[in-house]
Design a protein around this ligand. Structure first.
Ligand SMILES: [Zn+2]
Length: 63
């Protein structure tokens, strides 16, 4: 209801279904595409997520 569908990254269809609010991490939600029948994850950029300091986290030197 008023929720915009997340387009499928594989075929671009908007005929998708949100299956879960959480995928493999808290940052993503799990969706299902009815056209190509595949599951995909979409990153959620909520207000809370934007406050996370991701660039600094990713810039940490690898050991
Ligand atoms: Zn698809």
């Amino acid at each position: 209801m008023g929720e915009t569908a997340t387009p499928c990254p594989f075929c671009g269809a908007q005929d998708t279904d949100k299956r879960s609010d959480f995928g493999t991490s808290l940052m993503v939600s799990l969706h299902y595409c009815r056209r190509c029948r595949s599951y995909f994850e979409a990153i959620k950029w909520s207000e809370r997520a934007e406050k996370l300091d991701l660039p600094a986290f990713l810039d940490q030197p690898r050991r």
